[in-house]
Write a protein that binds this ligand. Sequence first.
Ligand SMILES: [Ca+2]
Ligand SMILES: [Zn+2]
Length: 387
Amino acid sequence: MGLLALLAVSLSEGPLGLPDLRHDIVPAYGAPALAPVRAEDRAAQPAVLYLNFSDGTETIARAISDDASRNESIIGAVDPFPEFRWQAFSSAGNTRPDVVRAIAERAHRAFLSFNVVLTTVRPADTPYTMVMIGGAPAVFGLPKDVAGLAPLDCGNRQPSDIVYAFSSALEGATHGLFVTIAQEAAHAYGLEHTTNRADLMFPQVVPEQSSFPEEEYPLIGQPLCGRLTQSSHGLLVETLGAWTDGEKPPPRGPPRDTTAPVITIDEPLDGAVLPADFVVRASAEDDVGIRRVTIEAAGDHATLEAPPYTWFISRLPPGPVDITVTAIDDAGQMASATVSALVAAAAPEAPGCATAPPGSGRNQAPFFAPFAAATAILACVRRRRHL
Ligand SMILES: [Ca+2]
Ligand SMILES: [Zn+2]
């Protein structure tokens, strides 16, 4: 039994560059009849809120009641649920683990006073409430301005809800994603929308919105859980209980990356004699993840964010050349390898062998081409080397 709460975002930006949120409430079931489960009736251990930043491999199945541990949702089926992508991944120093940790930390602070602990890895024990983060509202056939969706669990009678934060609808606005995650999770604990702009339950993203305030404020829209006003803080204490166990542990996450990556230059070999056109091929390994690989040679460099770590170099002048390859892992730890090679004086061209891809004339030698554009040339270089 429950109601669906949608948090919608209009794609026009507000005056502060934040998405301008509006909301709708969609009644999905009849009015609640059961008495709410009070905190004192629950087990003493804290509730668990799992922030599932989608890796794009999980599916959601439709069911008649939510079971987060089985990815079963009253809202609908999604196969697979899209991967969490975020604009900040591409900016300097911001990897996916950085973004996940930063958002989880903000959510942790929002729920600090309440008897709930957060995790970004799936809990072993049940039950838990799950926020599925990723994708667009189109996964449920909703308009593209819907930022989040949750069953409104009046009285928090369902211990294992799945709520959704559609990160694609928020276009890289970290504050908007944090607000959406916190608000949808709170809907799963029975909170409705209020008129207080400082309240995470205010149905628009505004800069002052950062906490669940103690003051009673009128609800926005038709009241659905039997109250006319809401203290968001008070209602979370009522349903979850207050945190009384000293300093709360930070959100549980994947193990930190403490081991530096290993980088190997597979080609060319140290001491090799090379033609003017050649390929650099490297392998990088890390126990958690490689952020990027940089290849440097003859005063130029290429940065590669995914394998294959391959760079085609052409038209190098004859003489010695040092090639250095550096790998950086998700924790910012680096490893480098260097080979020294010799570019031989140009030999006559093999018949039918082009020397540069189309459009390369705009660069002066040495010419550095993206690997994709140079694939055809590469085959030629290999053939020449083996003659
Ligand atoms: Ca619930
Ligand atoms: Zn909402």
